[in-house]
Ligand binder design. Structure first.
Ligand code: 26Y
Length: 820
């Protein structure tokens, strides 16, 4: 098998070392005598990169000559994390590299630590895109990712005085060995200006878009190596640069300095990732980013298609484009514009091509996350696109009118244009109308979009346009890379590492769930991972935690709907209970370490208040001698992909406790279970399907169901719902000032006591009951371990390889291409 993808490998350790030394001495212009860890990381990366490039070239040539349909995954976020370990694994050179650098006096772990995370995303949606491109390569599909090359990724988080403080993530300080600049690929992108139409000699009406600002898109390619295959796909990221012709007049007028300053503004378009997760804010620069990226990508795709000299109607036979949420929806309009304005295709034929090409994935039902651009802003920035949207809308509404005559209400409900002041462009509606398939990301979520936010479109199109593709995660990064010892133990029972490509093979460990030798090894690995995390916590927080305690983890973006506030209220309840215990009673307590992590959007006041409360509680609890090791509370700063790789394998329990119906899927829930942790969760998103797969004995579920949420909210609005009594005691404690100035938490408490939109009070008792069960069950070590093993054995379904196969089969209509 390994023979087949020899392109990516080194013949032996010697070959690796020669390459390494060559890169130290020539690429880096250093000597081996003054080669520090950073230089060694860069040299090793360069050596591996060379291999990837060879495989990348071969793959691209093969895909071009095979000339089959390809998929392009458009995502404004790719939360990649570090590349080196993944590249070594997927290229099959991990052992050689490890030994190679060791012989030269380096420790591979230290080199890996040198690499900054490529944190070009906020959370779940961005990380999903990263898992998906890994799977597209690993399953040999011809597919590219298209994104933006932000100079600043998601901000770095520090905790100062208990509060989140943001600082910029300038991740490109040292050159990035994992990207290949393509300075020759430059595309002009236009903004603003005006439109004109005229009748040409053939009597045809021609639309032109003129004037305005121009910038240039430059391509940077990131090779995406598949695991156990030579296939190496491409992630193309665009950077904005001034155009060569920028502001010639000003130059000539002698205003040199201000002209240069103006031209530098072009680079700001791709400079920074917007740090909002699941929250829309209508900033013009954001729309500019979206158009810049979409226009560059489509130009590239169309250029490649035109080289094949096929007729336009074959475009959808060659190309599938997937929209990762509504962020790339302008692509629908841009392709229509290219076809009708630039290529002279008739409207109807063009529109057929467009809708056959695109698929749209929705990731949220939260109203505050749905993109709606004000028409005046849109019109000013993209005048021709606005006209085309009006036409798309007109033809669509005419069609609806024919099907449902005189239903004016329906027409206004499905219109792309919301009739508010000012009018707004509803991007999700445009994405639905412009695509042939719309999918949600977990079963419940895919049902919910059909019955709530997109209900009227089911009426118009029928149910078949809407489908489900449950999310998945790549087992390469989230098992082998994050938890190599567990990966090895599993391989010893499966008989090989084939399960990393065919995750259903995990089933083979199920017979060992009660095998005491296997259990011992399983437990030892969990303990090792907990010790690794404990060391990190000691270093970053200065807190000693006991590895025998139950590690309870909630790490994800801080958001009210994810209910970290409920978790910390539960921790306070636990603290108060312990404080009220006799020494005798304390002996029965299951010691716990409650671990939190996650970033708040910089402008999200409530989320920032939650972080402050967690840290305030942590300070009091950790210093309380009455409590000792029975309870520790830790907030780990700057949660990111690399930290996830340390935290996730160390958990006994992780919390996925969103208000039912609000978390579309969740993907970290899958990562935790795959690493032998059990879930404490609500009946929401992918938790439901995880339960189906692992069995309801191997998960702790609680809380109201999605179907009751509406009624409960209604009750809160129209009557006085008494506060849960345990929660009332928690609020009294906060208000007594034991966690410092309580006025800080006023709004957090009143959000629960007044409307309780996220139903914290309604679910609190059920949450405490579930926690109690966790405490009891954790004491029974053998049963706990067998549940952990059984759960892992049944996680095959959640491989992103499976998700990609489903997209390929039912949306993209593409097939794998192998290189031999
Ligand atoms: C409007 C814009 C500012 C915006 C930016 C980021 C809107 C949404 C987002 C991010 C959304 C997101 O991360 N959604 C998550 O997608 C995951 C992958 O499908 C799901 O698992 C998760 O439940 C969902 O919250």
């Amino acid at each position: 098998v390994w023979q087949k993808f020899a392109l990516k490998e080194f013949v032996d350790k010697d070959e690796f070392q020669q390459e390494f030394i060559r890169h130290v001495e020539t690429t880096l212009a250093r000597s081996m005598y003054n080669c520090d860890d950073l230089a060694a990381y860069q040299a090793a990366s360069q050596a591996i990169r060379d291999r990837l490039i060879v495989a990348w070239n071969k793959t691209q040539q093969k895909h071009t000559t095979k000339d089959r349909k390809r998929v392009y995954y458009l995502s404004l976020e790719f939360l990649m994390g570090r590349a080196m370990d993944n590249a070594m694994l997927n290229a099959g050179v991990k052992d050689i590299t490890k030994q190679g650098v060791a012989d030269l006096g380096f420790n591979i772990e230290d080199l890996l630590e040198q690499e900054p995370d490529a944190a070009l995303g906020n959370g779940g949606l961005g990380r999903l895109a990263a898992c998906f491109i890994d799977s597209i390569a690993s399953t040999n599909y011809p597919g590219w990712g298209y994104g933006l090359r932000y100079q600043y990724g998601i901000f770095k988080q520090r905790i100062v005085d208990g509060y989140q403080v943001e600082s910029p993530d300038y991740w490109l300080t040292f050159s990035n060995p994992w990207e290949i600049p393509r300075y020759e690929i430059q595309i002009d992108i236009m903004f603003y200006g005006y439109t004109r139409k005229y009748t040409n000699d053939d009597g045809k009406v021609v639309h032109v878009w003129e004037g305005g600002e121009q910038v240039q898109a430059v391509a940077y390619d990131v090779p995406v190596p598949g695991y156990g295959t030579e296939t190496t796909n491409n992630l193309r990221l665009w950077a904005s640069k001034p155009t060569r012709e920028f502001d010639f007049e000003k130059f000539n007028a002698g205003d040199y300095e201000s002209s240069v300053r103006e031209s530098e503004k072009a680079e700001t378009i791709s400079a920074v990732l917007y740090p909002n997760d699941n929250f829309y804010s209508g900033k013009e620069l954001r729309l500019k980013q979206q158009y810049f990226w979409v226009a560059a990508s489509l130009n590239d795709i169309v250029r490649r298609f035109k080289k094949t000299h096929r007729p336009w109607k074959e475009f959808p036979d060659q190309i599938a484009i997937q929209l990762n949420d509504t962020h790339p929806t302008l692509a629908v309009v841009e392709l229509q514009r290219i076809l009708i304005d630039m290529e002279g295709v008739q409207w109807d034929e063009a529109w057929n091509i467009v809708t056959s090409t695109f698929g749209y994935t929705n990731h949220t039902v939260l109203p505050e996350a749905l993109e709606k651009w004000p028409v005046p802003l849109f019109q000013n920035l993209l005048p021709r696109h606005m006209e085309i949207i009006y036409d798309i809308n007109l033809f669509f509404l005419q069609q609806v009118e024919k099907m449902f005559p005189k239903d004016r209400d329906l027409l206004s409900r499905v219109s792309i244009i919301e009739e508010s002041t000012p009018q707004q462009v509803r991007m999700a509606f445009l994405a639905i109308i412009g695509s042939h398939k719309v999918n949600g990301v977990a079963e419940l979520h895919s049902e919910l979009i059909k019955t709530t936010i997109f209900k009227d479109f089911v009426t118009v199109y029928g149910p078949d346009k809407f489908m489900n593709v449950t999310n998945g995660i790549t087992p390469r990064r989230w098992l082998h890379q994050a938890n190599p010892k567990l990966a090895d133990l599993i391989a010893s029972k499966v008989g090989s590492y084939d399960y990393l490509k065919d995750l259903n093979l995990l089933k083979k460990i199920e017979p060992f769930a009660h095998d005491s030798k296997f259990q011992d090894e399983w437990v030892a690995i969990k303990k090792f991972n907990k010790a690794r995390l404990a060391a990190h916590i000691k270093q970053s927080n200065g807190v000693d935690v006991d590895v025998n305690a139950l590690f309870d983890v909630q790490v994800k973006r801080i958001h009210e709907y994810k209910r970290q506030q409920m978790n910390i209220f539960g921790v306070i309840h636990r603290y108060l209970s312990i404080k009220a215990m006799t020494e005798e009673e304390k002996k029965e307590v299951t010691p716990r370490v409650c671990i939190f992590g996650g970033k708040s959007a910089p402008g999200y006041y409530m989320a920032k208040t939650i972080i402050k409360l967690i840290n305030a509680v942590s300070e009091v609890v950790n210093a309380d001698a009455d409590v000792g090791d029975l309870l520790k509370v830790v907030f780990i700063a700057d949660y990111n992909v690399s930290k996830a790789e340390i935290i996730i394998p160390a958990s006994d329990i992780s919390q996925h406790i969103s208000t039912a119906g609000t978390e579309a899927s969740g993907t970290s829930n899958m990562k935790f279970v795959l690493n032998g942790g059990l879930i404490l969760g609500t009946v929401d998103g992918a938790n439901i399907e995880i339960t189906r797969e692992v069995g309801e004995n191997n998960i702790f579920l609680f809380g109201h169901l999605a179907e009751s949420v509406e009624d409960l909210r209604h009750k809160h609005r129209f009557s006085d719902v008494p506060l849960d009594p345990n929660l009332a005691k928690v609020f009294e404690a906060i208000e007594s000032g034991i966690f410092g100035d309580h006025s800080i938490y006023g709004s957090l408490i009143s959000s629960v006591t007044s409307s309780d939109y996220y139903l914290v009070s309604d679910d609190f008792q059920s949450y405490l009951d579930a926690q109690k069960l966790v405490d009891q069950d954790f004491k029974n070590k053998d049963t706990w371990t067998s549940r952990s093993i059984t759960a892992v054995a049944n996680m095959g379904f959640f491989s992103s390889d499976r998700a990609i196969d489903e997209y390929a089969e039912s949306i993209w209509n593409i097939e794998p291409i192998t290189l031999d």
